[in-house]
Design a protein. Structure first.
Length: 169
């Protein structure tokens, strides 16, 4: 019976490697975002001299949006892989991010919701720059969704703070 238990535990522990294809898929997703960034950048360059300022601002905000999403994916890839699969051996590479290996699940949640709030804020700003193109209902939904993300972020932070306080006692 002990051998069966050991086999099951080894299989369950080894199952973490099933996550690797997900992380590889996210790496490819960053490549897709690179293509999107290039497309948006080329479009922005083609209109910068003739378009109204609001269109240029929206174009730049779109670039920032893509960069934030790419950063978020990178954080998820590094932290998720190191927390759930295996440590990444960078042999003390000088460019290793200082946070790598130190982002736990709680930190990952906070970074995730913070990035979502930032991305939502940029989308909200893009909406306000072109406010005339939206109905009052669309504006209300945009603000409501953003406030929901902000509220969720505050609640995540509050729950983590309360959890930390209870662990200290």
């Amino acid at each position: 019976m002990k051998k069966l238990e050991h086999f099951l535990e080894a299989m369950i522990f080894g199952s973490r490697w099933l996550l690797v294809p997900f992380y590889i898929g996210l790496v490819f997703a960053i490549g897709i975002l690179l293509l999107k960034f290039g497309k948006e950048f080329i479009h922005l360059m083609s209109i910068v001299m003739t378009a109204p300022g609001t269109d240029v601002i929206v174009g730049i905000l779109t670039l920032v949006d893509v960069v934030l999403l790419s950063n978020l994916l990178l954080i998820i890839i590094f932290a998720g892989y190191e927390n759930f699969v295996s440590k990444i051996d960078t042999a003390d590479h000088e460019d290793r991010p200082s946070w790598m290996g130190k982002v736990g699940f709680t930190d990952l949640k906070i970074k995730l919701i913070g990035s979502i709030v930032a991305i939502s804020g940029i989308e909200l700003l893009k909406t306000f720059v072109n406010v005339k193109d939206y109905s009052n209902d669309e504006l209300a939904w945009t603000v409501g969704i953003h406030l929901t993300f902000v509220f969720s972020g505050v609640m995540f932070a509050l729950m983590d703070w309360m959890g930390t306080k209870s662990k200290e006692k």
